[in-house]
Ligand binder design. Sequence first.
Ligand SMILES: [Zn+2]
Length: 275
Amino acid sequence: MRVIILGSGSPLPDPERAGPSTLLRTRAGDLLFDAGRGVLMRAASAGSSASALRAVFLTHLHSDHLTDLNDVFTTRWVTSLVPNPLTVLGPHGTAELLDATRAMLERDIAYRMTHHADLTWPPASDVTEVERGVVFDDGGVRVTAAPTDHSPVRPTVGYRVEDEGHSVVVAGDTVPCEGLDELCRGADVLVHTVVRRDLIEMLGLPRLMDVLDYHSSVPDAARTAARAGVRTLVLTHLVPAPAPGTEGEWLDQAAAEFAGEVLLASDLLSVEVGT
Ligand SMILES: [Zn+2]
């Protein structure tokens, strides 16, 4: 199994960082977790594509995690030679989101179906709303969901993917919580979104200060990894984006709480699991 961080950024546009999105290359195919800004450009760099995805998993319905889901939905449709519904799993609200996405694209769908004689079907999705337990089991790959805590955003879920005896957890946005601890127990890799509490407090901007109470700081994520006995912690969704030369500060903050390997994500960071 391979983990590829497609987007290591946040809601704040950054020329070097696409929006939150992680690709897991498994025996069951490519599994996409969240679909932030620029996801398909980064997927192309990683050798994947909308039409190749086995399934998309959403951690929650914040815009920065799904703003390019409509691109995945449309591009899969126009690049598939046969009907190829997009499998989407996510928390309650995901079905409504896909309905609304289709409605938003109604004119585009009509234009293309009128213009392309061979495109005789509209785009489709196969949506499952998930909360807890095994939500995907295919080709020896199993995905388990558990509730996380990103209050007042509700509901939110994290995912654990198991393939060939190895495991990767994609946490999404959350503060430390029991559901995440459960998912992380003994995992090989934990991909965790984080913010820098110290820098945000120093900046003191009210709207940025608001993000502190529903995200994990770097030490929070590191303590979660330590409690669960995770092997490798990947820090992503970096707020604020690390200024050049300050990457070591992020790693040091995590290392103070967690003795395992810590990686600071940049787009297309790739981690092989199980070799
Ligand atoms: Zn969020």
